[in-house]
Design a protein around this ligand. Structure first.
Ligand code: SF4
Length: 618
């Protein structure tokens, strides 16, 4: 393998304690790239249909992409995938930090874990060598203690860590995997899969730079990012995510009290600006990134919050804040720290607690169920206690650890009305009653509600916002509250483009244009790729993920939104408007048609599979 890749993946059989390497060849890499492309390929090829996601039969895959570890902003990420214990379908999450770049520098492009260890283990990788090590002494420990111990034991103080805390060990269905304590492969419950395999961590140290064809092209494009700061990168460079909290409260995008209300009283109190003024101790970065958008916070009272665990992103501030009716910034920061210690997705846990708060308000849960906690909206102390209970699966926490969909079934009565999920995955912190295309994206995403490989309609309302997208054939601005054929076309093209980041495994916050992205891939690999080929790589991966879900029994009926989004918010800017169900249904079926899927069933047609050369997958 010449440039960009190592050409090698590592396979770890935890049941038998054996390791092997595989070489896949140029053609494989050019067709599937990495991240979602690789993960969907291996899951479809190697998993039997219908397996239990928490059984040894599931496989847990860590994958990089062609530009992981090269000297350019946004290139330090990695993807993780498995059959999801939360959705029962295709599971995948992306994560920033340094681990992905370190894996590449250690000589591997991906790792596939199979089976289940007989007792806890961790994987140690350094410069092309790997070893399964005992982790009995680490089981039950926070991610921070595990990281510190592994670094001490290995003598490698710069070893990079991807691991789980008690959330993953206790199989919380939305447990995540934490990279170096600050960054989370947050969604679809992959930390629970890791826990089910008794795999505590993967620690990596690598010293070999990734070979690239033309470093100067990368350095010039990187200079542009840190001098021009295109799009919203200047804002997140200065404050981190969450600087638009007040704007979101004004336009209705800020989920409030379980997506029910539209008026959040104190958005400034939980904004990135307030964090900067009060409890920030600086900004951090991912590998090679000049945007440096990661907040770091420190608190000494009323409890300590350790800056080693970073700080809350927008999604966390809203999920554990406004969505629970909470404006107590310090408590949100503590909850964020706990989630990183325990390896729990902050979006899912915030939405699950908000769901329980609404059930409590409606009398579907009582103090008898909550061990005396007054689980009301705005009760920050109860929220924090509930985070602990969920992580430890204590009392009601044991039910809420199953996620909103299963918890609603268990609670019964009318609880399903308050369960804000798609395909079992809790809805992120963006409002489909404002952004109608985003609502379509929540519904059809292969991983359940997702805001990353989705569109945000408010970003495409002005001529100047469309200019960077001209190379995709998109130039006409459109209002956010529409779902006509033009919006469906915009969604179709852009969701394919944005899903490409899941295959390149790069950061969406670093706003390179499509043409610049082509130049980055070519300057790294020496290929002669194009926007067209990149779109096809992404489309291939989307289709593979969809085929995986179809094989697991998901249908067009699962591409649906919670009923609440078809009713107005109770107050605020969206109190007189909601998604139109009829228009939503028409848009969904039109999208199927535009994707080359059967317009009624959403099943990819034979012609589409032939075009993408993936007929092997059916
Ligand atoms: S923009 Fe932020 S999240 Fe993205 S790579 Fe840079 S520092 Fe990491």
């Amino acid at each position: 393998m010449a440039y960009g890749y190592n050409g090698k993946i590592l396979r770890v059989d935890l049941s038998h304690g054996t390791l092997s390497t595989e070489e896949l060849g140029d053609a494989f890499y050019r067709r599937y790239f990495g991240g979602r492309g690789m993960i969907s390929y291996f899951l479809l090829r190697e998993l039997a249909a219908g397996i239990d996601p928490l059984s040894p039969e599931n496989k847990l895959i860590f994958a990089t992409g062609p530009v992981t570890g090269v000297p350019i902003s946004g290139s330090g990420r990695n993807s993780v995938g498995a059959k999801s214990p939360l959705t029962g379908g295709y599971g995948e999450a992306e994560v920033g930090g340094y681990w992905g770049a370190e894996l590449k520098r250690a000589g591997f492009d991906a790792i596939i874990f199979e089976g289940r260890a007989s007792s806890p283990v961790y994987l140690w990788i350094t410069d092309g060598k790997a070893e399964i090590r005992d982790a009995d002494h680490l089981w039950g420990k926070d991610t921070g203690e595990a990281l510190k111990t592994i670094r001490e034991e290995s003598g490698e103080r710069f070893a990079r860590f991807a691991g789980i805390g008690i959330g993953g060990e206790n199989l919380v269905r939305y447990a995540c995997i934490i990279n170096d304590l600050k960054d989370a492969a947050g969604r679809t419950g992959l930390g629970a899969v890791m826990g089910s395999k008794r795999l505590k961590a993967i620690a990596v140290r690598g010293h070999e730079p990734v070979d690239i064809v033309d470093k100067n092209v990368l350095l010039a494009l990187n200079r542009k990012i840190v001098t021009e700061f295109p799009g919203f990168t200047k804002n997140i460079h200065d404050f981190g995510t969450g600087a638009t909290m007040t704007k979101y409260a004004q336009n209705g995008n800020l989920p409030t009290r379980n997506f029910r209300d539209g008026n959040f009283e104190n958005p400034e109190g939980i904004s990135a600006q307030t964090i900067k003024k009060t409890i920030s101790v600086g900004m951090d970065s991912c590998w090679a990134c000049g945007v440096r958008c990661k907040k770091v916070v420190k608190l000494e009272e009323p409890w300590s919050v350790d800056p080693e665990y970073g700080g809350p992103e927008y999604e966390t501030l809203a999920a554990l804040g406004s969505c629970c009716g909470i404006d107590d910034l310090k408590t949100i920061c503590k909850a964020n720290e706990l989630c990183n210690r325990y390896s729990i997705d902050t979006i899912s846990i915030g939405v699950t607690i908000a769901f329980a708060m609404e059930c409590f308000e409606k009398g579907l849960l009582t103090e008898k169920d909550t061990d005396g906690l007054k689980l009301t909206f705005g009760n920050s102390d109860a929220m924090l206690k509930m985070v602990e209970k969920i992580a430890r699966r204590e009392g009601l926490g044991n039910i809420l650890a199953e996620g909103t969909k299963r918890a609603a079934q268990k609670i019964g009565k009318r609880a399903e009305m308050f369960a804000m999920h798609v395909k079992g995955q809790e809805v992120p912190m963006h409002e489909p009653r404002l952004k109608w295309g985003l609502g379509l994206g929540y519904a059809v995403s292969p991983t359940g509600a997702d805001h990353s490989h989705n569109i945000h309609d408010t970003d495409y309302t002005l001529e100047e916002q469309m200019r960077p997208l001209n190379a995709l054939g998109l130039s006409e601005p459109l209002p956010p509250g529409t779902l006509g054929p033009k919006k469906v076309r915009l969604f179709t093209y852009l969701s394919i483009w944005r899903s490409l980041y899941n295959c390149l495994v790069t950061c969406r916050f670093v706003e390179f244009t499509p043409t610049e992205t082509v130049n980055i891939v070519n300057a790294t690999t020496g290929w002669d790729t194009s926007v067209w080929e990149l779109m096809k790589v992404s489309e291939r991966a989307i289709n593979l993920a969809r085929l995986f879900n179809i094989r697991e029994g998901l249908t067009a009926d699962d591409d649906r939104l919670p009923e609440r989004f078809f009713q107005p918010q109770t107050s605020g800017p969206l109190s007189k408007t909601a998604l139109d169900k009829n228009e939503f249904d028409k848009a969904k079926h039109l999208y199927y048609g535009m994707m080359g899927w059967d317009p009624d069933t959403g099943i990819p047609t034979r012609a589409k599979l032939e075009e993408l050369d993936i007929t092997w997958a059916t």
